[in-house]
Design a protein around this ligand. Structure first.
Ligand code: HAM
Length: 411
């Protein structure tokens, strides 16, 4: 017999872990709704070009990490490595590019062929927001404030720091790129092979390098600040002023470039020191060119995504699941009445369970094992009297309650 395990980088979510997950998603969904975001669900696989065109041909995700396959009809498909491209594709496919703004919340699985480690998986899960339409920095601030609000509602905000940067507009980036190429060319003898390859195609990627030698050179690399156009600088100042008004604390980090190529102006990450090397819990920014890459009109947009696994790990205590009520018939004759009570409890919204077999002792043992808060015991005499013994399993107190009133009593 083969001993099957989950595929490398994937996990089963059972019991407490799934409860943590659900708590993250439900909390985020609720907070996002108060900011006016509506939930969308887009397919888990898309035409490969939806991702290859938008995320950057030189990005790690596109060059090494996509789960790409041909289906039986010969279509080139990819399991989504992130949510933004799919949401923008859906905006265009559904003719919504003239119905702006669109404020989108989503949650679901994403897939990247990465080296698995704590906090990094091949199937992982994201919650995310995309605000499509507005070009104003107020939109960036609102999206970030909503993210901050979600972290607060989860009780993990105090463990994170918001790191903020601007990548400027096209003009600023071109000037900065030139300065980067000049700087890295001067130091190319010391650069890693990977970074040398990036020098021509995408020098900004070098800033993201994890290589020790590269990191030393990157430390002295020019930052975009000196190359910002007046408009780009004004945009960034506007964003910072709005964040201050929203009461969202941040630090500026000119080294934040993000791993995907579609960003302009705003780039940000909420990071934590509590998860080891995989410390980015939420990341995003502005991506004004993406909708056009997918065949829509030029459309400004800003958003973020957060790893549910990482947020779930930061949660203090998992939310408890409701303690059930155990229904305990004694003898065959009581079973029919017990089933009526069982269904009445469920109809009243009470989590209720009845064992499939066993005598009184066995059934009470099981009630304790499942953490029941109360037992509803129906014996022969009870049946004749039309009552059940409702026993509080915390205090041990017990009293007789008419069968028809049991559900109301325990609701
Ligand atoms: P990202 O930075 O690639 O951005 O991913 C966002 C978050 O997803 C990360 O900060 C991390 O918490 C989580 N994450 C990413 N990869 C993994 C992994 N292999 N295992 C576990 N968690 C992971 C995006 O995906 C953009 N779509 C964000 C965005 C939305 N930008 C604008 N709108």
């Amino acid at each position: 017999m083969t001993d099957f395990q989950p595929a490398r980088g994937t996990r089963d979510l059972i019991g407490e872990e799934q409860r943590r997950f659900r708590h993250v998603v439900e909390t985020a969904r609720q907070v996002a709704a108060t900011y006016g975001f509506d939930e969308w669900a887009t397919p888990i696989f898309e035409d490969t070009r939806v991702f290859s065109r938008t995320m950057g041909e030189t990005s790690d995700v596109v060059t090494k990490e996509m789960y790409t396959f041909q289906d039986r009809g010969g279509e080139g498909l990819t399991l989504r490595p992130e949510g933004t491209a799919g949401v923008c594709r859906a905006l265009v496919s559904n003719g919504l590019t003239q119905s702006l703004p669109q404020k989108v919340f989503y949650a679901g699985p994403m897939f990247r062929y990465e080296r698995p480690q704590k906090g990094r998986y091949r199937q992982f899960h994201q919650i995310g927001l995309e605000l499509i339409g507005p070009a104003e920095p107020l939109a960036d601030a609102e999206v970030i404030a909503c993210g901050w609000h979600i972290l607060q509602a989860l009780g993990v905000a105090q463990d994170t720091v918001l790191e903020l940067n601007t990548l400027g507009d096209k003009e600023s980036r071109a000037a900065w790129r030139e300065a980067l190429v000049a700087y890295f060319t001067e130091h190319q003898a010391a650069l890693s092979q990977d970074s040398l390859a990036r020098l021509d195609r995408n020098p900004m990627r070098i800033l993201d390098s994890k290589d020790e030698g590269d990191r030393r050179i990157v430390a002295g690399a020019p930052t975009i600040g000196a190359h910002l156009t007046e408009a780009a600088a004004a945009f960034y100042d506007g964003l910072k002023a709005h964040l201050a008004r929203f009461g969202v604390p941040f630090v500026e980090n000119p080294k934040i470039v993000r791993g995907l190529d579609y960003y302009v102006h705003t780039a940000f990450e909420f990071v934590t020191t509590k998860l080891g090397s995989q410390g980015t819990v939420m990341g995003g920014g502005r991506y004004d060119g993406l909708v056009a890459e997918l065949g829509g009109p030029p459309t400004p947009a800003v958003g973020w995504a957060a790893g549910i696994e990482r947020l779930a790990m930061l949660l203090e205590a998992p939310p408890p699941s409701a303690a059930p009520v155990a229904v305990v018939p004694v003898g065959d004759a009581a079973e029919a009445a017990a089933l009526d009570v069982l269904q009445a409890l469920r109809a009243a919204g009470v989590r209720a369970e009845m064992a499939y077999r066993g005598n009184l002792r066995r059934r009470m043992e099981r009630a304790n094992r499942i953490g029941a808060r109360a037992a509803v015991i129906i014996g022969e005499d009870d049946l004749k009297a039309g009552v059940a013994q409702v026993k509080d399993l915390g205090s041990g107190a017990q009293d007789a309650v008419p069968l028809a009133e049991v559900a109301a009593r325990l609701a």
